[in-house]
Design a protein around this ligand. Structure first.
Ligand code: PMP
Ligand code: GLN
Length: 381
C-alpha cells in the first residue's frame, strides 16, 4: 500500500537490544557504552539547561561547537574547516550521513561503499534514489582492494563513501589504501563522504588518516564525526560534517529540512568535551585497547574464529565451530541459550538476506560485563 515502497525494515540494533531486554542478556550487540562520558561534560550540558539554553540553536550549530570542531580537525589532522561555513552540527553522525546522501546523490546515481557497511548507508542512498555499489572487504583480512574498487566505477558513479575505522570489521585504512581511494575520486571526479566516527579508537599505535588530508581531496570531501563514540554519550546525538563550504552548504541545505537543528544544551556539552586535553583521548584508547584484548582473547579461547580489530569497538568473529554457518540463526538463539546478545554481520551486506557465519561483539562495556558475557558463553555454548 501507500508508503510501503522501499520502506526500511526495523534495524538489527533495535531487534537485538529488545531481545537483550527480554532475556536479561548481556548486550554485546548494539554499540553503546554502559557508562556515561566524563562528569564535567555532563555537567556542562546540565548547566546549559539550567542557564536557560533550551531553545533552538542556530541551524548549523552553536558557534562555540563549530569553533571546537574546527579546532579539533586542526589539532589532530592539520585540517582547517571554516567554523563559519565549513562545519555543520547534525543529529548524530546518522543525520550527517543522511543529509550528505540526500544532498549529493541524484536519482539513479551510484554510490560506492565498502561492504560490509554500516546499515544506514544503503538505506540513506536508497532514500535519495541512488544505488549502493558495494565493494567487498574480503575476509579474513577485510582489506580494500584497488582493482575491485576500480572495477566498481561506472559513468553513473557520483560518490564514494568511506568508513575508517570500519564498522563492523575494525579495519583501519592505511595511508596507501586511502591513496587508492583518493586516486579514484580525483580520476573520476567523485565526491567523497568519509565517516570517521571511530577516529579516536585506533589501536596498536596505528594512525587515523582522514581522507580529506590527502592531496586533491580537501575540496571534494565531506568528513563526518560524532561526539557519541569519543565521549561515550551516544544518546546525545551530536554529530557533525565538515569540509569545504561548497559541499557543507549542500549538506546544510538538506539538514535544515530534516531536523533543522538539535539539542542546544548537548551542543554546549560537546563543545566542552572537544576541549579535552590529549590525555583524555589517550586514556580512552588505552581503556578500549585493554577491553579489545580481553574480549578478543576470551572469544578465541572459547573457539570463535576471531578477527582482531585495528580500530572501533567491535570484534568480528566466525561461529562455524559451534555448528553454525548462519550468524543470524546463531544471534537469534544466543540470548536464550547463553544470555548474551551479538549482531550478525550479514545485515551489513547489500544482499542482507544471505546467511554468513560472521558475528559482531562489542567491547564498549565495563570489563566486568565483558567477563560476565564470556562466562555465559562458556557455560552455554
Ligand atoms: N557511522 C558508524 C560507522 C557508526 O557505527 C555509527 C554508530 N553506530 C554511526 C555512524 C552513527 O553515529 P551517531 O550515533 O552519532 O548518529
Ligand atoms: N553504531 C552502533 C552500532 O553499530 C549503534 C547504531 C544504532 O543503534 N543505530 O552498534
Amino acid at each position: 500500500g501507500p508508503g510501503q515502497a522501499r520502506r526500511p525494515q526495523t534495524t538489527i540494533f533495535t531487534l537485538m537490544s529488545a531481545l537483550a531486554q527480554e532475556h536479561g542478556a548481556v548486550n554485546l550487540g548494539q554499540g553503546f557504552p554502559d557508562e556515561s562520558g566524563p562528569a564535567h561534560i555532563v555537567e556542562a550540558a546540565a548547566a546549559a539547561m539550567r542557564e536557560g539554553r533550551n531553545q533552538y540553536p542556530p541551524m548549523p550549530g552553536i558557534p562555540e561547537l563549530r569553533q571546537a570542531i574546527s579546532e579539533h580537525q586542526r589539532h589532530w589532522y592539520g585540517l582547517e574547516p571554516d567554523p563559519g561555513d565549513g562545519v555543520v552540527v547534525t543529529a548524530g553522525a546518522s543525520e550527517a550521513i543522511a543529509a550528505s546522501m540526500l544532498a549529493l546523490v541524484e536519482p539513479g546515481d551510484e554510490v560506492i561503499a565498502f561492504e560490509p557497511c554500516y546499515d544506514s548507508y544503503k538505506a540513506c542512498i536508497e532514500m535519495a534514489g541512488g544505488v549502493l555499489v558495494p565493494v567487498r572487504l574480503e575476509a579474513p583480512g577485510y582489506r580494500p582492494d584497488r582493482e575491485r574498487l576500480r572495477a566498481a566505477v561506472t559513468a553513473r558513479t557520483r560518490v564514494i563513501l568511506v568508513n575508517s575505522p570500519h564498522n563492523p570489521t575494525g579495519t583501519v585504512f592505511t595511508r596507501a589504501e586511502l591513496e587508492a581511494v583518493a586516486a579514484l575520486a580525483v580520476g573520476n571526479d567523485l565526491v567523497a563522504v568519509t565517516d570517521e566516527v571511530y577516529e579516536h579508537l585506533v589501536f596498536d599505535g596505528r594512525e587515523h588518516v582522514p581522507l580529506a588530508t590527502l592531496p586533491g581531496m580537501w575540496d571534494r570531501t565531506v568528513t563526518i564525526g560524532s561526539g557519541g563514540k569519543t565521549f561515550s554519550l551516544t544518546g546525545w546525538k551530536i554529530g557533525w560534517a565538515s569540509g569545504p563550504a561548497h559541499l557543507v552548504d549542500r549538506v546544510k541545505a538538506v539538514k535544515q529540512y530534516l531536523s533543522f537543528a538539535s539539542g542546544t544544551p548537548f551542543q554546549y556539552g560537546i563543545a566542552t568535551a572537544l576541549a579535552s586535553g590529549d590525555e583524555y583521548y589517550r586514556d580512552l584508547l588505552e581503556g578500549y585497547q585493554r577491553r579489545r584484548d580481553l574480549l578478543a582473547d576470551g572469544l578465541a579461547d572459547l573457539g570463535f574464529t576471531v578477527h582482531r580489530p585495528e580500530g572501533t569497538y567491535f570484534v568480528t568473529t566466525g561461529v562455524e565451530a559451534f555448528g553454525y554457518e548462519d550468524g543470524m540463526a546463531f544471534c537469534l538463539a544466543l540470548p536464550e541459550k547463553c544470555g548474551v546478545v551479538a549482531v550478525p554481520n550479514q545485515v551489513f551486506y547489500a544482499d542482507g538476506q544471505v546467511a554468513r557465519p560472521e558475528v559482531r561483539f562489542t567491547f564498549c562495556k565495563p570489563e566486568a560485563v565483558i567477563e560476565d558475557g564470556l562466562e555465559r558463553l562458556r557455560r552455554g555454548l
